[in-house]
Design a protein around this ligand. Structure first.
Ligand code: TNX
Length: 528
């Protein structure tokens, strides 16, 4: 057993303790490889962050690390290209999310070919420090981490979470707070479910009533809300700084009551004329609107699904979708646009397929790749488009049969809105009760026959918000299950075990206590 000695800043004597070993004990997601070394590294008032290599955001990444370390340690931790015993090195090529860390008595070195990889190395490093590092005021203690080496890379390239900001509106601040925690667990996509029957949450300048009327309420009749385009851009940038890409969703043709309540002309009306059809698309033309006398629907604050639909035969529907996709695509640096497509129970089957195919073309015209809930695979998918598996394996297989990939969100495992058990204070249970072990103990590539690793783009954990009204509710359902799903997405199956996870997650409870995150204390874990 190695020992190390440290000098307390206030108590002027040396205290010697057995050196801790570098193990996976505090790391989530668990890295691919960990090797223990000799001795320890101690962060002290002389420490600094040394940037090596050239990268647009390298300084930002260094400052991010310093910001996490300064409050609890009280150290200056200058960030510079000149020196310092915490080295952040951009070097080599290959997977930009892969990283390695080596720690000896003199220095810590994180290296990656990409800034994202350095950022993930930083997250692992932060988890090696005592939990007290999470405090926002100076703690009187030593900051020691075990020597050794870690090398790591993700199993899946898409590691996502979804927030339904439509059923209950969630503030910019709450979304940022969620993004901060996603970053800790190396998640890299945040899917925002921006529209549903109960609310339209993103400003569209060419259709302003969407937010004026459609954004004015939510489940239960509260005041709702929406993001202005400026606020949305701010969220996109905040996420991007943490290597998280936002995927906007406009759910259609079902789940569209908030739009149908905002604009009468999107409703089919009662007097559809038989005669005049557009000769190319066989659709009624917009000039027929006076003839069809459409009425806006009522705003809706309940939680039924599957009862609303856009009018896929009306040309104005596509003019509308075109404007919405164009404006949101302009705010979206990421590659994906989510078109929804779920539970369109009152849309004619043929109309549904026609609609999905036209909307995919619009999305592609604006330079984005469509993702849709698994039902979209009943249409012809454009190459590269993605089906998000939530309920029907046969839909996932239809997508795979067309050569398209699957985003794995099986409701029985990955749905954060499911109750843990029958006593959970909020949540639904139509798919399952999902205790922590159920959220953790599954493997995307063996979940369903016919969905193999190469068919899978990644994993996403959706938080639907019919029963979620505020940050406390978000945290209760997401912690500890979100970190469990993050590990499913990051770590290959051969490196994971429930027993191991159960022991590691308990340490994170201490951090959440410090951060004020109100997690569900699952009885399956011996919380510290
Ligand atoms: C089903 S999952 C839905 C959502 C609900 C959710 C509640 C999916 C694609 N559609 O509209 O919010 O169940 O769990």
């Amino acid at each position: 057993i190695f020992t190390y000695c440290s000098m307390g800043a206030v108590l002027l004597f040396f205290a010697c303790k057995p050196a801790p070993k570098l193990t996976e004990s505090s790391l989530i997601p668990i890295p691919q490889e960990i090797k223990d070394g000799k001795g320890v590294f101690e962060l002290n008032s002389e420490s600094g962050i040394h940037l090596i290599g050239s990268g647009e955001h390298l300084t930002w990444v260094g400052e991010y690390l310093a910001d996490r370390l300064r409050p609890a340690t009280g150290f200056d931790l200058p960030v510079s290209y000149d020196g310092g015993n915490i080295r952040l090195e951009l070097a080599g090529d290959g997977n930009a999310e892969a990283y390695s860390i080596s720690i000896d008595e003199n220095q810590v070195s994180i290296s990656s070919s990409g800034e994202a990889g350095l950022f993930y190395g930083i997250q692992s490093l932060l988890q090696l420090f005592p939990a007290e590092i999470a405090h926002q005021n100076v703690q009187n203690q030593s900051w020691v981490i075990p020597a050794g080496a870690i090398s790591d890379q993700p199993a899946f390239g898409y590691r996502g979470a979804m927030l339904d900001v439509a059923r209950h509106f969630l503030s910019v601040e709450d979304v940022k707070h969620y993004i901060d925690q996603m970053a800790v667990y190396k998640l890299n996509y945040l899917h925002l479910h921006l529209t549903d029957d109960q609310g339209w949450r993103i400003e569209i300048k060419s259709w302003p009533k969407l937010t004026e009327i459609g954004g004015s309420t939510e489940v239960g009749g509260g005041e709702g809300g929406f993001y202005t385009q400026e606020e949305y851009k701010d969220l996109v940038a905040y996420a991007a700084d943490r290597f998280i890409t936002i995927v906007p969703e406009v759910d259609m043709p079902g789940h569209t009551n908030s739009a149908l309540a905002s604009y009468a002309e999107l409703n089919p009306g009662v007097n559809l004329p038989n005669g005049k059809l557009d000769s190319v698309n066989k659709q009624p033309l917009d000039y027929q609107m006076p003839l069809r006398n459409p009425q806006a629907s009522e705003l809706y604050t309940g939680i039924e699904v599957g009862w609303s639909t856009f009018a896929p035969k009306l040309e104005i529907t596509y003019a509308f979708v075109d404007s919405v996709v164009r404006e949101i695509a302009e705010l979206t640096p990421g590659p994906y646009f989510h078109i929804g497509g779920d539970e369109s129970h009152v849309t004619e089957k043929d109309d549904y397929v026609y609609f999905v195919e036209r909307v995919q073309d619009i999305v592609s015209k604006y330079g984005k790749t469509s993702i849709g809930w698994d039902e979209i695979a009943t249409a012809k998918l454009l190459p590269g488009n993605v089906a998000q598996f939530w309920a029907k394996e046969e839909n996932a297989k239809l997508a795979i049969g067309q050569g398209n990939q699957i985003l794995m969100s099986p409701a029985t495992r990955a749905y954060l809105d499911m109750q843990y058990d029958s006593t959970s204070r909020i949540g639904l249970h139509w798919a399952a009760y999902i205790e922590l072990e159920d959220a953790y103990s599954w493997e995307p590539s063996t979940f369903a026959e016919g969905i193999a690793a190469e068919n899978i783009l990644g994993v996403e954990a959706p938080l639907w918000t019919e029963t979620v009204t505020n940050r406390e509710d978000m945290e209760y359902l997401s912690f500890p299950r979100l970190p469990a799903l993050a590990e499913v997405a990051w770590t290959s199956a051969d490196k994971r075990s429930w027993e191991g996870f159960k022991n590691r997650i308990q340490k994170h409870g201490s951090r959440w206590n410090i951060l004020g995150i109100q997690y569900y204390p699952s009885p399956q874990v011996n919380w510290e």
